[in-house]
Design a protein around this ligand. Structure first.
Ligand SMILES: [Zn+2]
Length: 434
């Protein structure tokens, strides 16, 4: 906030100050000249702070007839603001372009040339000038008006980078005139200028970083994966709605644990985000062995966005459960037996398909011993179809394929056995997945 006053009495004041010690009578002499009033206007402004990149630099401007010793009525015709970015941004005439409200008592100020009544609900708009009525009996209590929430400049990333404090400043110029309604002998003639400056602290926008672990086929893998799987990280950095997509670089850390604790086992080179704010970091890939593994991505930020870290994204690498076709029984009823086993212990044996067959699954919870599952065909003359999902303690899960780990020739012979036993001539593909 600052003000402007014409210093007509300044020379007298200095003179008095210099000789104030001489005699009290000089003060009386000086007092006799008190009619040499000072004329001025109050002009202040304030801007919202902080302001994020991409948001408007928003300020209010208050004009007070509180600084004219004579209580003259004053007029204002122009406010022009300059935001000191590069290059300087200059407003139009804010008396015209802004919305103006009356702050003081009804009738103490009015704006003309446009519309409105000066209330918050119906402010003066498109005004060409405003008159602030003076109060000779109480010169500090003249009319007051305010331009509310005005903006003509949107804060940019260069404003954040411009200085270490990220401070953006402005200066506004008010053009006013004294009507000399008091008849004072020393009224200023013609347009006068008052100035007021303000500032805002520019802030960057928050980014957020998300990741997915991909296998070599770019499928998202979570939970448990098999040893020997090759993984890499897919990173996606998000900005704010209505603001640019983040640009710049990410780096990725690789951990031989599931919590991203300690120093990473490896750190990638920088990867540049694409136009969508993403990168599929295929060249930073690892073939995993049993244990916990994790990626954590780091976005470095850019002129608009702050840096951000992705979550610790982990997978468990565990030996998959196995299942082997271990017996075929001609019956009737026709049956097959599948032996299921998991080194970490069995957590679940779930039939995912069961058509024209019943399953006998013995108790298995947690056991590391082999468990024999028996499938029995119901209608001996119709086709049957069985498939199992087997999950180990710790989450490693596989779709049971009793043909594995046989050779292809072996698998073919097993298929024939299955066809014979379950009569599923048309279900060959599904049987491979049993
Ligand atoms: Zn990928």
């Amino acid at each position: 906030m600052s003000g402007s006053r014409l210093r007509d009495g300044e020379r007298r004041a200095l003179w008095l100050g210099a000789f104030a010690v001489l005699a009290l009578s000089f003060v009386f002499v000086g007092s006799a000249a008190a009619q040499d009033a000072e004329h001025g206007i109050g002009f202040s402004k304030g801007c919202a702070s902080p302001t994020a990149i991409g948001e408007p630099y928003t300020c209010s401007y208050t004009i007070r007839n509180n600084s004219d010793d004579a209580g003259d009525t004053l007029t204002v015709s122009s406010v022009v603001d300059h935001v000191f970015t590069t290059p300087t941004a200059t407003s139009g005439n804010i008396i015209h372009d802004g919305a103006i409200v009356l702050v003081s008592a009804a009738g103490s100020a009015t704006c003309t040339g446009g519309t409105g009544s000066g209330t918050a609900a119906n402010p003066w708009l498109n005004s060409t000038s405003c008159t602030l009525v003076g109060n000779p009996a109480n010169p500090g209590a003249g009319g007051v008006i305010r331009v509310t929430s005005f903006s003509f400049y949107t804060v940019r990333d260069v404003d954040f980078a411009a200085n270490a404090g990220h401070i953006l400043t402005d200066e506004a110029f008010l053009t006013w005139a004294d009507t000399c309604s008091s008849g004072s002998s020393n009224c200023p003639v013609g347009p006068q200028t008052a100035t007021s400056g303000s500032q805002t602290v520019v802030t960057q926008l928050a980014s957020s970083t998300a990741t997915q672990i991909h296998n070599a086929a770019h499928q998202v893998v979570t939970g448990s994966i098999a040893p020997g799987t090759n993984v890499h990280d897919f990173v996606s950095v998000s900005g704010q709605a209505g603001s640019p997509i983040p640009t710049g670089n990410v780096t990725i850390d690789w951990f031989l644990n599931g919590s991203c604790s300690g120093a990473p086992a490896a750190t990638s080179p920088t990867f540049a985000l694409n136009a969508a704010g993403e990168v599929d970091a295929t060249t930073f890939n690892f073939t995993v062995s049993v244990g916990q593994r994790a990626f954590m991505a780091h976005y470095a930020g850019n002129g608009t966005y702050t840096a951000s870290n992705g979550p610790c994204e982990s997978v468990t690498v565990a030996t998959m459960p196995i299942c082997i076709l271990t017996a075929t029984i001609a019956g009737p009823p026709k049956q097959i037996q599948i032996t299921v086993q998991a080194a970490a212990g069995l957590a679940a044996i779930i039939p995912t398909t069961l058509t024209n067959a019943t399953l006998l699954i013995p108790a298995y919870a947690g056991t590391t011993n082999p468990v024999v599952v028996t499938a029995t065909k119901v209608n001996q003359t119709a086709g049957a179809h069985v498939a199992l999902q087997v999950t180990a303690v710790g989450g490693a899960s596989t779709t049971c394929d009793p043909i594995l780990p046989g050779t292809k020739a072996h698998a073919h012979s097993l298929k024939l056995v299955f066809q014979h036993l379950l009569g599923v001539l048309g279900q060959l593909r599904e049987l491979v997945q049993l």
